[in-house]
Design a protein around this ligand. Structure first.
Ligand code: ADP
Ligand code: MG
Length: 236
């Protein structure tokens, strides 16, 4: 399998006054295209920091982040914005939808930066919302939808631009068990359908069973990596 993401000696230190917090110590990891990877670990182990680095949301203190042969650690803010818009989709634990916009508007918004005309944007957003089962909620605002529905909107937003990589940080952290499985089945089947790389952060071992590989994190390092032969996508 070709490596899409290569991380070399990645280190991230946060300075808080006189205190230095080692969020990532020394991370080395290769991730293949079309792989579904899960970052698993307790709170504070560095999962979100690692995800944010790969998504071009934060800069490392040291080391290399190479995505599709591009060195993110060498990019300026403008290049990073461009990278995020072109290559990635992101799903957050708390959905991060814009409260004043409808589902349709939330999903189509990111396509503006791609220079896609309005009528085409709306068509793409509508198709994507139908795909995630929200064809009857196009004009609802976030506050008029359940948590599971809001997360479906945010999944539609992440996938609508057909990104190479989709990152999700605790995407089911605010959802009940039944909705968690629905959302996980949705996210994994959508990534599989379009051959996208999927990287999910979780502290929940029940979520990690979906992944091809599970990366166990501890104190800013990778403790072990376990290949999951049984990963099937759909879990019931
Ligand atoms: P996880 O997602 O596994 O819970 P994080 O990556 O969010 O862990 O955090 C790793 C460590 O880095 C924690 O000790 C956290 O307190 C610290 N940290 C994360 N973000 C910041 C920040 N912006 N400023 C200072 N410390 C941070
Ligand atoms: Mg986190």
């Amino acid at each position: 399998m070709d490596d899409l993401i290569v991380l070399k000696n990645l280190r991230k230190i946060y300075k808080m006054g006189d205190e230095k917090i080692v969020a990532l110590d020394d991370i080395n990891l290769n991730i293949g295209k079309e792989e579904f990877l899960c970052l698993l670990g307790t709170s504070g182990s560095g999962k979100s920091t690692l995800l944010n680095m790969m998504a071009g949301l934060e800069k490392p203190t040291r080391g290399e982040i190479i995505v599709n042969k591009l060195h993110l650690e060498r990019m300026n803010e403008k290049d990073l914005t461009n990278y995020r818009q072109r290559y990635i989709g992101f799903v957050f634990q708390s959905y991060n939808l814009i409260s004043t916009l409808s589902a349709l508007e939330n999903v189509s918004l990111g396509l503006i930066f791609k220079g896609i005309p309005k009528s085409k944007r709306e068509k793409m957003a509508k198709t994507m919302l139908i795909n995630v089962g929200l064809g009857n909620r196009l004009h609802h605002k976030p506050s008029e939808m359940s948590g599971g529905q809001q997360q479906r909107v945010s999944i539609a937003r992440a996938f609508v631009g057909d990104p190479s990589i989709v990152f999700a940080d605790e995407p089911t952290g605010n959802l009940d068990t039944k909705t968690t499985f629905e959302i996980m089945n949705l996210i994994t089947s959508m990534a599989k359908e379009s051959n996208q790389t999927l990287i999910i952060v979780t502290h929940d071992t029940e979520i990690s069973v979906y992944a091809n590989r599970i990366v166990y994190m501890r104190d800013g390092n990778i403790e072990k990596i376990v290949a999951n032969e049984k990963a099937e996508g759909e879990v019931v």
